[in-house]
Design a protein around this ligand. Structure first.
Ligand code: CUA
Length: 346
């Protein structure tokens, strides 16, 4: 299950709050909070769960250590120079300090770091082996279109949520119809730009079962920060079962006929597809199995009836610039019927 973003903050506030006497510690709380809240959770690059992500964490740690060495050296030299008896200053000593702190130490550290970073490139850039599960991803404003390529050549489309088979390589084929986005699942590996008019390829290999969160890592418009997606890494058996469910058409229960009619009557099918019905639009996310998804609005809210009703009434305020108009003109009964219908699409 996804962590509510607030729960991480509550967690750390809870630890820091009562210790009034440590005034200074508290003053540092916002900084510590910002740093620590990035260390765990489903969207942390410091919580590696893929083959490519552990070396990136190591690199981050070593870069931080390297930066610390340079910083402490420079500050050390500065303090030394300040505390030195002014009469002891002389040209030779000053030159030694400047060359040592300003050139020698940074050059050694940066050369080591650069070599280390470059040595990781072949593994990070290696293409996915033949036979990997291929997933075509299109970055939309502001959501994600996913198409699983089956061995038969058939495509299964879904949106804003992907499942991946545990301990198997996956190849993402990335593109965008209009602006540049960047595809990133921080816990699983590196990020890669999604460029209009060209296809970029990213190989990932998840190693830990669990729930993760992907994001867009390139500013792509006013709701850039509001396009996320859910990622579930599951054993092969569960993955196959999920993909087979996604492949099938929607099943509409008799109870939901009224909601389905309201959906059609208001033109929702012009933008959205619900396979097995007349709704076959391709501008917005495919909703065939909407009810099975973790979140709505591309990672914006948990997929619950009250959230969905709010979303239908206020799409434009909840996600500025979104193409989907709001449906605040509909009655509560109509909104409720559409929500029930969509949530029944498992
Ligand atoms: Cu898409 Cu930022």
């Amino acid at each position: 299950m996804p962590d509510e973003p607030s729960s991480q903050f509550t967690h750390f506030f809870g630890k820091l709050e009562p210790k009034q006497k440590y005034g200074q510690t508290l003053a540092l709380a916002p900084i510590a909070l910002a740093v620590l809240s990035g260390c765990h959770g489903p969207q942390s690059a410091l919580n590696p769960a893929g083959k490519g992500s552990a070396p990136i964490v190591d690199l981050t740690v070593w870069l931080t250590i390297g930066a610390a060495i340079v910083w402490f050296s420079v500050i050390g030299f500065a303090v030394y120079a300040i505390r030195l008896n002014p009469s002891a200053h002389n040209r030779r000593r000053a030159r030694r300090l400047i060359i040592g702190g300003g050139a020698v130490v940074p050059t050694i550290v940066l050369t080591v770091m650069l070599s280390y970073g470059l040595s990781m490139m072949p593994e990070q850039l290696a293409p996915a082996p033949d036979g990997s599960q291929r997933i075509h991803v299109s970055g939309e404003q502001w959501w994600w279109r996913f198409e699983y390529e089956l061995p038969s050549g058939e495509f299964v489309e879904t949106a804003n949520e992907i499942w991946l088979p545990l301990d198997e390589p996956v190849e993402f084929l990335l593109n965008s119809p209009d602006v540049i986005h960047s595809f990133w699942i921080p816990s699983l590996g590196r990020k890669l730009d999604m460029l209009p008019g060209t296809e970029t390829r990213l190989a990932l290999h998840p190693l830990k079962e669990g729930y993760y969160r992907g994001v867009c890592a390139e500013f792509c418009g006013e709701s850039h920060s509001l396009m996320a997606f859910d990622v579930k890494v599951v054993p092969r058996r569960d993955f196959d079962a999920w993909l087979e469910r996604q492949r099938s058409d929607a099943v509409i229960r008799s109870l939901e006929q009224e909601g389905a009619r309201t959906f059609t009557r208001n033109g929702c099918g012009a933008c959205h597809t619900v396979r097995g019905t007349f709704a076959d639009g391709s501008i917005g996310p495919d909703l065939t199995h909407f009810g099975s998804r973790e979140s709505i609005g591309a990672g914006l809210f948990k997929n619950r009836k009250d959230n969905l009703e709010g979303w239908l009434r206020k799409t434009d305020t909840l996600k500025p610039g979104v193409n989907m108009p709001h449906y605040a003109m509909l009655s509560n009964a109509e909104i409720g019927a559409i929500a029930d219908y969509l949530l029944s699409l498992k």
